[in-house]
Write a protein that binds this ligand. Structure first.
Ligand SMILES: [Mg+2]
Length: 271
């Protein structure tokens, strides 16, 4: 169980080249120009917010907790301002103070992986997922994406089967996760809306055999590859618990010391 949040970050790195050079090829190569992007930076920001304060929150104090997440987003953004953020997020992050944005994008879901590792109950996991979205992705669509991803990690960690995870998410979040990967791939277009891109990212995990095949499924949709592979890889790591050495080595070379330290602190605290 030493990997935890690395599964999400490696997915982001592997997908980064193919977000720009989209591919429908499952057997794509790990490209030399791969780098970590906003998905990694914001996942690290969530890790930091939880490492600093992991206490459960009540529904009535959600706004205070939301501000703690938001403060870390701004802090990490200012340390990594060129990691490929969406325009709405950058405008929010550059602004003095804390207003709320109503993004429908998948940015809430891409950084929700750590939440699924940190909390004892599913109820608290879902509350934290909501809090993590309230300042940047304050829409039902984006919050649902973050909740679904955090729940998938939480359920994986509790040894639930893929069928149980699938049924839980379909029932509670009204995602259709039954479409075969080949069919999804054929009709998929580039669209970063949460309601469009999060369900196939989860399906990429559900229809995988191991960590690597989850990431390959997600990239081969030919869409928002880094974010989709971050989500699929993050859940896959929680479920399978193993990442091949060549992937660990390839991605490890592409990270900096600060990100590594933040992730290691989180992983050590919640393993
Ligand atoms: Mg990205």
């Amino acid at each position: 169980m030493g990997n935890m949040v690395w599964g999400a970050i490696y997915g982001d790195i592997i997908g980064s080249y193919y977000e720009v050079h989209c591919t429908k090829n499952y057997d794509f190569e790990l490209h030399m120009e791969s780098t970590f992007t906003d998905d990694t930076v914001m996942t690290a920001a969530v890790c930091k917010a939880i490492t600093l304060n992991s206490r459960p929150v009540s529904y009535f104090r959600l706004n205070e907790r939301a501000l703690e997440y938001a403060a870390q987003y701004k802090r990490f953004y200012s340390n990594y301002p060129n990691a490929g953020y969406g325009q709405m997020f950058s405008e929010w992050a550059d602004e003095y103070g804390f207003s709320r944005r109503r993004s429908y994008g998948n940015g809430g879901a891409m950084r929700a992986i750590p939440i699924g590792f940190a909390y004892d109950t599913l109820e608290q996991t879902l509350l934290q997922a909501k809090a993590s979205c309230m300042y940047t992705h304050n829409s039902r669509e984006a919050v649902t994406g973050a909740k679904a991803v955090a729940a998938a990690v939480w359920l994986s960690r509790r040894g639930k089967s893929k069928n149980e995870i699938k049924e839980y998410i379909e029932r509670n979040f009204h995602y259709d996760l039954s479409v075969p990967i080949a069919e999804l791939r054929e009709r998929f277009i580039f669209d970063s809306r949460a309601g469009y891109s999060v369900p196939p990212s989860i399906a990429a995990f559900l229809q995988s055999e191991d960590y690597e095949s989850a990431v390959r499924n997600a990239v081969s949709f030919g869409g928002d590859a880094d974010t989709m592979a971050c989500i699929a890889g993050g859940i896959a790591e929680a479920f399978y618990g193993e990442i091949p050495k060549n992937i660990r080595d390839f991605c490890g070379l592409r990270l900096d010391g600060t990100i590594k330290r933040v992730i290691n602190e989180f992983n050590d605290k919640f393993k």
